[in-house]
Design a binder for this molecule. Structure first.
Ligand code: C5P
Length: 230
């Protein structure tokens, strides 16, 4: 049939990335992690010694950024100037700085163009042989792909999000690990909240609350929404 485009947005700790990868793999779709693109932009500017508060230089750096996104959901990769930076973009310092780059509206316009190009390439063939693509982030349902066939906002309670982040980062979710995670997650939520199109479901976007669902249940719930909408 026609190539399928699925857009999934959600805050950090909603399980959006792991759920999205699993759904893309199950449906044979390409997978685009747009948060990884903002993280790569942050690494690129930092490596060049750019002051992240200099919006014009950040904009110029990102416009010239040699970024390649590997969209195989079994092995997504991020390559910057020929070097695999998939691990480096997850560093704590990058998580702490990424909102400064992501709130730059010219950076957003540039990355939106690249994200649209990746979606169009998958519509025409690309990795998935034309089956389609699942793109996930914060503004995919609203700004990047408001025309997607399926649009989902994946939410979770603050408690659930902190528990999951803590498991991701520390491998445990006891009180001490959750407390250590809390500051970081809440700070990034606040920093990101200046980008207006985040976290509220636009018209036609289906909200899925994963607070009480296991990983596998969340994947099944997304697959059900996809089969009911398409
Ligand atoms: O999803 P992840 O936590 O990797 O996203 C990292 C950061 O990238 C977010 O905190 C946000 O600042 C930015 N981002 C964005 N728009 C997107 C995806 C991510 O601004 N579509």
């Amino acid at each position: 049939g026609e190539p399928l485009v699925i857009a999934i947005d959600g805050p950090s700790g909603s399980g959006k990335s792991s759920v999205s990868r699993a759904v893309a793999a199950r449906l044979g779709l390409a997978y685009l992690d747009t948060g990884a693109m903002y993280r790569a932009a942050t690494v690129w500017c930092t490596r060049r010694g750019t002051d992240l508060s200099d919006a014009d230089v950040v904009t110029a750096d990102v416009a010239a950024m040699p970024l390649e996104m590997g969209v195989d959901p079994a092995a997504p990769s991020v390559t910057l100037d020929g070097e695999d930076v998939s691990a480096e973009i997850r560093a704590t310092e990058v998580s702490a700085a990424v909102s400064r780059v992501a709130t730059n509206l010219e950076v957003r316009a540039e990355l939106k163009l690249r994200q649209r190009a990746a979606i169009d390439a998958e519509r025409d063939g690309g990795f998935s042989g034309g089956r389609g693509i699942l793109a996930e982030g914060r503004d995919i349902t609203t700004v990047v792909a408001p025309d997607a066939d399926v649009r989902i906002l994946l939410t979770a309670s603050e408690d659930a999000r902190l528990r999951r982040r803590s498991l991701d980062v520390h491998g445990v979710a006891d009180d001490a690990a959750v407390a250590a995670t809390r500051d970081q997650v809440i700070r990034r939520d606040r920093d990101d909240s200046t980008v207006s199109q985040f976290v509220e479901a636009a018209d036609g976007v289906i909200t899925l609350d994963s607070s009480e669902l296991s990983f596998e249940e969340t994947v099944e719930a997304v697959l059900l929404i996809v089969s009911e909408t398409t």
